[in-house]
Design a protein around this ligand. Structure first.
Ligand code: PEP
Ligand code: MG
Length: 579
């Protein structure tokens, strides 16, 4: 009978292969008292173990070929950096000296203290950074205990095409296993936001994590199916199921390799309209993914993530460093840095207005409204973005604009900051493009006014739909009303695109609607030429663009825009997508 194990699917895809159980065994650590005169020897033993861990990680990094289609060495570098962090290396030394205890125990005590800090974090992404600490700590513990991992590494030929089952995998192990040709993996621990999971996604490797227990009945060498999209591992399957999954895998592999081939191809329609495909990013991993998907640049960098989950506000220098680091990863591709969109559902512990609970936060003091009210919060960001513009192609984008008065105020402030930087002798690009997001119906209805004064516009459909249809985007109860095809929404989008065209100002769309291929032809027919989408959607959108001849369906798109009946709109859209 089929055994089904459920976990969190961290990537899409189906893998079928023989099981390879990677048993590492738990590392057990006990406290031992160290005589005073041997304490410094114990410190030296700990420091040697850290150095060996460093050498191991460097050698794993060096064994990964440069041609690997992903910047996986970054994940290993994160662990190497942790080995230089005093929280993991100096603090245990202090503990060995203070408590006169063994190195293993001191390291465990420090690990537990750090884990508690991470457990208390609200942000699920940061919380899972605890996994990275555990991976580094376990590596050092194994060295201290003489259980050096490298002696147990399986040979590549044993691994090729297998599905690895393990209690946990570090990013370094995952990178190596991928290099050794495994088909996928399932781990008992780990969450979908861990670095290992992010890496599996980036590598396009089917994987599930957090299965809690993988029973010993699933033996080495037996055939299993890993259905990552559905978060399932199937063992002891019958022939019919196996056949069905093989067919599904073939279909999916074909689709994936077709999409991958598009990376180096331009996004041009069949009738020769060139489209700019940009990426939306929040975290560093997204920037790497954007590069891998060969995005034309970043169309939306949500900077508020830098401000979340901390009790202080990042200063100008910290922000500048962060922007420059993202730009370095982009290697010269243009980046659109959106100024702070805090407030409403995006909270920041240190936010000046955080004590004030707005009765209706989405309509309250958020984004540019908050920034204009609290110049101390906004000016350092404007300075940092302008200073970053001296080092590469940067555009600044303002969220949630709603009126000419607000626009005047923000443009005056930017000019003021430019003059201040010049007085301070700090470099910036005086021609750095300044654009605005059109997310409020009032802004869409008066898009011409914004197009006249700004260098570019970007339609934020997530908020535009929320405000046009009066649907709180975070309230599950009204999700069913969230409708990008509502005639009011479509007409507002069209007005913005037309206003941009009239003023010869580029208009992009960076809301989720832009990344859903169901709407790609509709948007092309409305005249949209710049799409900013999540990196994982980019190639699918590109595929649709390449299969579209806009001149064939412009009339149909006009019909959709003139239609009021939702069912008629849906049926016209389906006709449009079948052309
Ligand atoms: C939007 O509103 O469409 C948008 C892209 O901004 P955010 O989702 O960050 O509010
Ligand atoms: Mg928005």
């Amino acid at each position: 009978m089929t055994i089904t194990i459920y976990g969190s699917g961290v990537s899409r895809g189906i893998a079928i292969g023989k099981v390879y159980r990677l048993e590492r065994g738990e590392v057990e650590v006990y406290e031992a008292a160290i005589p005073r005169h041997l304490v410094e020897d114990e410190v030296a033993r700990f420091q040697r173990a850290v150095e060996i861990a460093r050498q191991q990680l460097r050698s794993i990094r060096d064994s990964i070929p440069g041609s690997t289609p992903v910047d996986i060495t970054d994940f290993i570098d994160t662990h190497l950096l942790m080995l230089d962090d005093s929280l993991l290396t100096a603090a245990p030394v202090e503990l060995i000296r203070q408590r006169q205890c063994n190195a293993e125990w001191a390291l465990k005590a420090q690990r537990d203290a750090l884990a508690q800090v991470f457990d208390e974090m609200d942000d699920p992404y940061l919380r899972t950074r605890k996994d990275d600490i555990d991976h580094v700590v376990t590596r050092i513990q194994r060295i201290l205990l003489g259980l050096d991992a490298s002696s147990e590494e399986p040979a590549a030929e044993q691994l090729r095409g297998t599905i690895v089952l393990a209690h946990d995998l570090t990013p370094a192990e995952t990178a190596l296993l991928h290099h050794q040709g495994i088909a996928g993996f399932a781990t008992e621990s780990g969450g979908p936001l861990s670095h290992t999971s992010i890496l599996a996604r980036s590598l396009g490797m089917p994987a599930i994590v957090g299965t809690h227990l993988i029973p010993q009945q699933i033996r080495d060498g037996s055939t299993v199916i890993l259905d990552a999209g559905h978060g399932m591992l199937l063992a002891d399957v019958d022939d019919a199921t196996l056949k069905d999954y093989r067919r599904r895998r073939r279909k999916e592999q074909k689709r994936r390799s077709e999409l991958n081939r598009l990376k180096d191809q331009p996004a041009v329609t069949l009738d020769g309209i060139g489209i700019r495909l940009l990426a939306n990013v929040e975290l560093r991993e997204d920037v790497l993914a954007a590069r891998r998907a060969a995005a034309d640049g970043i169309g939306l960098y949500r900077t508020e993530f830098l401000f979340m989950n901390r009790s202080d506000i990042p200063d100008e220098e910290e922000q500048l460093k962060q922007y420059l680091s993202v730009m370095k990863t982009l290697k010269g591709l243009p980046i659109t840095i959106r100024t702070l969109d805090l407030g409403s559902d995006k909270e920041c512990g240190a936010e000046p207005a955080s004590e004030h609970i707005a009765p209706n936060p989405a309509l309250g003091l958020r984004a540019i409204r908050l920034c204009l009210k609290y110049a101390d919060l906004f000016r350092p960001q404007l300075r940092a973005i302008l200073r970053a513009s001296a080092r590469g192609p940067v555009r600044l984008m303002i969220p949630m604009l709603s009126s000419a008065r607000e626009l005047n105020e923000v443009l005056t402030l930017i000019e003021d900051v430019r003059q201040e930087l010049a007085r301070d002798g700090l470099a910036f690009d005086p021609d750095m493009p300044v654009g605005g997001m059109i997310e409020v119906p009032a802004a869409a209805l008066s898009a011409g006014l914004f197009a006249k004064r700004l260098d570019f516009l970007s339609i934020g459909t997530n908020d535009l739909i929320q405000y046009t249809l009066a649907i709180d985007r975070v309230d599950d109860e009204v999700t069913y009303l969230y409708d990008p095809l509502h005639p009011a929404v479509l007409r507002l989008i069209k007005m913005v695109i037309d206003a941009g065209r009239q003023q010869q100002v580029p208009v992009a769309m960076c809301g989720e609607m832009a990344g859903d291929p169901v709407y790609t032809r509709l948007l092309l027919g409305m005249g949209l030429t710049d799409f900013s989408v999540h990196p994982t959607s980019l190639l699918e959108v590109k595929a649709t663009i390449q299969h579209s001849r806009v001149s064939d369906f412009r009339d149909l798109v006009d019909d959709i825009l003139a239609e009021d009946d939702p069912e008629a709109i849906a049926s016209l859209l389906s006709r449009l997508n079948q052309i």
